[in-house]
Write a protein that binds this ligand. Sequence first.
Ligand code: C2E
Ligand code: CA
Ligand code: CA
Length: 405
Amino acid sequence: MNNQMNGFKREYLDTHATVFRTGDSGDAAYVIESGCVEVLAGSADQPLRLAVLAEGAMFGEVALLDRQPRTATVKALMPTTLIRIDRQHVEELLGRADPVIQYLLRLLLERFRNSSGKSAGDAELAKAPGTTNAPQSTPDLHAAAVRTLSLAHDLSAAIGSNQLELFYQPIIHMASRSLIGYEGLVRWRHPTMGLISPDEFIPLAEKTGLIHRIGDWVLRRGMLDWPRLRPLCQGAPGTTPFVSLNLSGPELCQPGIAEDIQQRLLAMAMPPAELRIELTETAVITNLSQVTAVTQQLRDLGVGIALDDFGTGYAGLDYLQTLPFSTIKIDKSFVQQMHDSTRSFHIIKSALELSRRLDLTSVAEGIEDNATSNLITSMGCTYAQGYQFAKPMPLEQVCQWKLAP
Ligand code: C2E
Ligand code: CA
Ligand code: CA
């Protein structure tokens, strides 16, 4: 049997063994897996049995909230197995949880703490005089949780009621300094909260499953807008204009996604080479076999596949061998530091070298000034995008935009 399960530990006790005594410092709660225990108050000479707890019961849980000493003694009445839940482990789990979950748990803990019906294992549960032991539910945590909850609630309606918009950021072919295409970046124009960034609502959509409807909308919108954008691209000899759309992991793992994209291309009479799909490392590594199959199908159709945010994930480089990428996108965090950090500079240099050797095109993101665009061009980067050229813009605005000579 395992003694360690996901950070929780098993403890085995013989008959009469003590779990903890009055006065011990409390740093764990216990769940009885098998056997039973007695909870004793009073002195060692004249113990008073408060309760007998059996399989499934929890005791000592106030230790998860407070660093107060135990005010009861607990002993095994027979051979007993306990699952020990350390406060430190619970705090770590809580710290990693979504803000909404953190907030709800803290509310529950607070309510539990203030309630009078406390468990027998914590005869100590009476508050020590003068202590205020309500956990801190900070205003920040509260505000973040309320915002997330209301966004999650409103997102579903947003998709069906024209609140999503696809902005476009121009992508420049660096050697010829010409407009080669656009990246489509989704925005949510919330009726009361204004424009909401995809960094905020895409993770929410991934968790709630709404990402499939968003992905569907983005693909449709991007392909519908392309006939207006395509004539604006100047291109350069040997290059094909393209619109690049972001897909997240769950979208790519949806059964039939490659066939669906093929049908859409046919319906729109759009050449597959003019569509590029951007994937992040995280999307790739969460389901490598499925993503490999889908990206291969898309490449066979002629659709471009870009590896987004290159260098920021935790994956090794093996997937560059197995996945049929056509493009590497160098993350803006490196680009923006390339003048100040030799580390960033060398990461970019290696990424460009790698893309040349693997016969991939490269895109540098986050170019904000001339010095960076000149440097990146001299290093052989194929394409670039960034505020130096243009921010992402609504369709009508991007149609009016021209690259400064
Ligand atoms: P990303 O795909 O890495 O997109 C690039 C982000 O960098 C965009 O943020 C863009 O506005 C921003 N950016 C571009 N140039 C510059 C620059 O020069 N300086 C700075 N500081 N930032 C620049 P945005 O539009 O807020 O998108 C954030 C992320 O949301 C995207 O990162 C992408 O991962 C995700 N996302 C956006 N649209 C979609 C979508 O349609 N579907 C999915 N699944 N994810 C999307
Ligand atoms: Ca992207
Ligand atoms: Ca990116």
